[in-house]
Design a protein around this ligand. Structure first.
Ligand SMILES: Cc1cc2nc3c(=O)[nH]c(=O)nc-3n(C[C@H](O)[C@H](O)[C@H](O)COP(=O)(O)OP(=O)(O)OC[C@H]3O[C@@H](n4cnc5c(N)ncnc54)[C@H](O)[C@@H]3O)c2cc1C
Length: 481
């Protein structure tokens, strides 16, 4: 794909052309390699202009990786700033482990929400039932292990990028280390065994603990009622994802080469042999124009990284992905009594509920509600909201009782896309100039830097460190085969 023709805006639309003009004018555009921790000098045949749709963590991470590879990037985000979608409500865990990916032997094995952590309101909706059926095939231990093995190189690639960023730009985003996974019943403990096998196989440092040992590490965990045990992963971290996304945006703003067009919604994508382009809805405050007058930004390539919004944009291009939106909840509660507050991140490994301490607050995330896609677009009926938040309150009461004032907690809900095979959808699709980076599910933060790097490699035509098996398993068009 040529990156040399920088006639990158529709001549009628100077306002938007200014996006690239500003990037051109930035002082660091072509000579910032030293500013980038893993810039790949000399690999680029040409510098591309790339539009990234979506300013969630996936869009920001993709923009970062594209810029690090030397490209010029324009991120288009419909909200006034970045990290306002699913990224806003994250639970705090950085990189996924075999114990908390949203597929496998322990995921949704119980029908009751009180045991599985997932409220199912699927009715007779065919697509969502088919989605659950496919996800359930990964409950079989060998299928789970095979799928996680495909995901793992992505996790390791993301780990490397995150460490580079943290070190190089010296960002402070409430980082802390240590995750303690807890399992209630003996049956669930048995189901955890394939995940433990994977930790051993990958030589990931971890400690399998008795209830007493869990309490020795985290004094706030009660020994009654009895629970089966826990797994401590000391090296895995938690932090504040929306804060990180905003800091990274500031870093990109300061370094140059990435332009953020916030408050602009993409309504369509145009693809032809010469260029790719996005059509924009009128900016806030602008009156609607005739259908012949739309703002357009054109570029060498477009990456769709718009979270749940990706589906509608891709459907217009006749790419129907079988990703399903899942609603999740979050409570941020003030610490009630310091002596009962946890110091380690505590995760209910079966219900996938994360309890993270951040200064004087506890962040409790999970409480999934699975409905049809059309119902997920509607506001959640109040009784279901209460039921989901009650799952979070109960988990706090079960694992760290008395630690937080749940009655004073601020609730939040958001939706993210889950894929039926548990893997994100990352790669080229339909046209050489179109790329997709979506479907990261509930583990989007860490993975975003691995998938963003893959997108940057694909756009650059550069080899990826990921295995061909992993790259094939992530392809957007895999569901058609
Ligand atoms: C309650 C909760 C807890 C979670 N906990 C964790 C956790 O602990 N660890 C973890 O790794 N992950 C967690 N996740 C998942 C993680 O937050 C997501 O995987 C990740 O944020 C997805 O990022 P994204 O950029 O794809 O989506 P989003 O953050 O939703 O961003 C998509 C962006 O695209 C924009 N957009 C959409 N359509 C358009 C359009 N047409 N034009 C312009 N802009 C558009 C949206 O406004 C939005 O800002 C959690 C999610 C939730 C909801």
């Amino acid at each position: 794909m040529p990156g040399d023709s920088f006639d990158c805006y529709h001549s009628a639309f100077h306002q938007i052309g200014a996006a690239w003009a500003a990037i051109d004018a930035a002082p660091h555009v072509t000579h910032t390699e030293n500013a980038w921790p893993h810039a790949r000098r000399g690999q680029l045949e040409s510098i591309m202009d790339v539009i990234v749709i979506g300013g969630g963590i996936v869009g920001v991470a993709t923009a970062y990786q594209l810029r690090a590879a030397g490209h010029r990037v324009c991120v288009v985000e419909r909200h006034a700033t970045v990290a306002q979608g699913a990224t806003y409500g994250h639970g705090g865990t950085l990189l996924p482990t075999p114990l908390d990916v949203w597929f496998g032997p322990t995921f949704m094995q119980h029908r009751q929400a009180a045991k599985s952590g997932v409220i199912r309101k699927t009715g007779f909706n065919g697509p969502v039932r088919e989605f659950i059926r496919k996800l359930a095939t990964l409950a079989e231990p060998d299928a789970f292990k095979k799928q996680f093995a495909l995901l793992r190189p992505l996790v390791e690639s993301a780990r490397e990028s995150l460490a580079d960023i943290e070190h190089h730009f010296n960002l402070e985003f409430e980082q802390s280390k240590g995750q303690l996974y807890l399992v209630r019943s003996a049956r669930d403990w048995e189901l955890t065994e394939p995940a433990l096998e994977l930790l051993r196989q990958f030589e990931a440092p971890h400690h399998v603990l008795s209830p007493q040992e869990c309490q020795d590490i985290e004094h706030s965990i009660p020994l009654e009622p009895h629970f089966a045990g826990g797994v401590l992963i000391e090296d895995e971290g938690t932090a504040n994802c929306p804060l990180f996304a905003k800091l990274l945006k500031q870093t990109l703003d300061a370094q140059g080469g990435v332009q953020f067009q916030c408050g602009r919604e993409v309504t369509g994508i145009r693809l032809d042999n010469q260029r790719a382009a996005v059509e924009l809805a009128p900016a806030n405050g602008e009156s609607a124009r005739s259908s012949r007058e739309v703002d357009v930004i054109s570029a060498d390539a477009v990456v769709v990284a718009a979270g749940v919004g990706s589906l509608a944009l891709l459907e217009k291009l006749r790419l129907n992905l079988p990703l399903h939106p899942l609603r999740l909840h979050n409570l941020v509660a003030p610490i009630a009594r310091e002596e009962f507050a946890p110091h380690t991140t505590v995760i209910d490994a079966v219900k996938r509920i994360t309890i993270t301490r951040s200064n004087h607050r506890l962040r409790i995330a999970g409480g999934a509600v699975l409905q049809s896609a059309s119902q997920t677009k509607q506001p959640l009926p109040e009784p279901l909201t209460k039921e989901a938040l009650a799952l979070l309150g109960q988990a706090t009461h079960d694992w760290v009782p008395g630690s937080a004032r749940i009655s004073a907690a601020l609730p939040w809900e958001g939706a993210k896309l889950l894929s039926p095979d548990g893997l994100p959808v990352t790669g080229n699709a339909l046209h050489p100039r179109l790329f997709v980076n979506a479907g990261h599910g509930p583990v989007g933060w860490g993975l975003a830097f691995g998938t963003g790097k893959l997108i940057a490699n694909l756009v650059s035509g550069a080899p990826s460190e990921l295995s061909p098996d992993t790259i094939a398993a992530l392809r957007p068009e895999r569901f058609r085969e």
